[in-house]
Design a binder for this molecule. Structure first.
Ligand SMILES: Cc1ncc(COP(=O)(O)O)c(C=O)c1O
Length: 371
């Protein structure tokens, strides 16, 4: 538990009492991993949840994490080694790590000044400058990506698009045309503990990725057909996943309420910018942008015992082990928006246990700083 009076993120997972019958089911069958019945049920229920109200023919596969799921989907695409994958400079490092671990080359793009995501327009410019083989846009801070625009990009430009929608489960609309990856990490809105989902209508791609998550075994002969790994989803996590799905509407409603309080209290603080569209979805984290103030502001929050974070900073190419990643233009100074955001993004507390008084207290720090 955090030492702060107001912690930044608090996982919101099902009560163990609710898990009891599901765990008993696992134990009775003595089937704990390797695509067991609860994992299969969870995958099927997530496919219905994500298709709700739409005529989508989705397959869902569960993995040990979104990072592993991204890597294995990229491997399952069987691209030539070193193929170029366009990713935004502003993202969690896992996006780049998955690309590199799949034997591919990440190439950085800038993000949009208003929605803080890689957009089809930015991707097209980058691709026209120096062609890329895959585009991997990120649902930054849980903001859903524009489905139609990306479907059009994929169809017209002919470059496959995979969504890293790690933080956007429950917000990002699924599609029959685009493969997406979601995270089930404990701190994500749809928290399970650890885990990742691949959501696709490409059954063969998913079957290959799942075979890679099981050492590369395919079929019953126990023969390794491709160089795989162990990235399977266990039955205990599937139990948590099923219980989390059953309470998702409640989790979502409580998070929505917290968002509305923030909107009310931040409204009059003009120096604070929010990610565009944040009234149309509930973000995973509450990242605000305050030009040039982040270090001193964070200090003020710490003094008030309010925990803040700087999600997605530093930018990817400033991480020691990622310093050789290049920008699509060849110059990381061209990542103008990402470079500007990097200096002023602050993640405020955002979780389902916050009260309106907490939000007022967080916002009073911003007001007292004269913003
Ligand atoms: C954009 C993005 N991609 C990938 C991941 C990795 O997810 P996981 O922790 O499930 O591997 C995260 C996790 O925070 C993320 O924010």
């Amino acid at each position: 538990m955090s030492d702060y009076k107001i912690p930044c993120l608090v996982p919101d997972l099902p009560d163990p009492v609710v898990l009891q019958p599901l765990l008993a089911e696992v134990h009775a069958k003595r089937w704990y991993t390797n695509f067991g019945p609860l994992s299969r049920r969870f995958e099927a229920e997530m496919a219905s949840f994500l298709s709700e109200g739409q005529n989508l023919n989705l397959s869902v596969g569960a993995f040990s994490s979104a990072t592993a799921a991204l890597e294995l989907v990229l491997r399952a695409m069987e691209l030539p080694k070193g193929s170029r994958v366009l990713i935004p400079a502003l993202t969690f490092p896992a996006t780049a790590l998955a690309v590199i671990n799949a034997g591919l080359e990440p190439v950085l793009a800038d993000v949009d000044a208003e929605n803080w995501c890689l957009t089809p327009e930015i991707a097209l410019n980058a691709h026209n400058h120096a062609s890329v083989d895959v585009v991997l846009p990120v649902a930054a801070f849980g903001r859903p990506l524009e489905l139609e625009a990306w479907q059009l990009f994929q169809a017209e430009i002919g470059v496959p698009v995979i969504f890293d929608a790690a933080a956007a489960l429950g917000q990002q609309q699924a599609s029959s045309d685009l493969t997406m990856v979601f995270s089930l990490h404990a701190t994500k809105p749809f928290g399970v503990g650890e885990g990742g989902l691949v959501v696709t209508s490409d059954e063969e791609l998913l079957a290959k990725a799942q075979s890679l998550s099981n050492f590369g075994f395919r079929g019953s002969a126990g023969v390794v057909q491709a160089i795989g790994s162990n990235a399977k989803f266990g039955e205990y996590y599937a139990a948590v996943g099923l219980a989390q799905l059953a309470r998702w509407q409640d989790v979502q409603a409580r998070r929505q309420r917290v968002l509305e309080w923030y909107q009310t209290h931040l409204e009059r603080i003009k120096a604070v910018s929010l990610q565009k569209g944040v009234d149309a979805f509930v973000p995973a984290v509450m990242s605000i942008f305050v030009a040039g103030h982040s270090e001193t502001l964070m200090q003020r929050f710490t003094e008030a015992s309010i925990q803040t974070r700087r999600w997605y900073t530093p930018l990817l190419h400033r991480h020691v082990a990622l310093k050789n990643i290049t920008a699509a233009s060849g110059d990381t100074n061209d990542l103008v928006v990402a470079n500007r955001l990097e200096k002023g993004l602050i993640g405020l507390p955002f979780h389902a246990f916050l009260t309106e008084d907490d939000i007022a207290e967080v916002c009073s720090v911003l007001k007292e700083a004269g913003l």
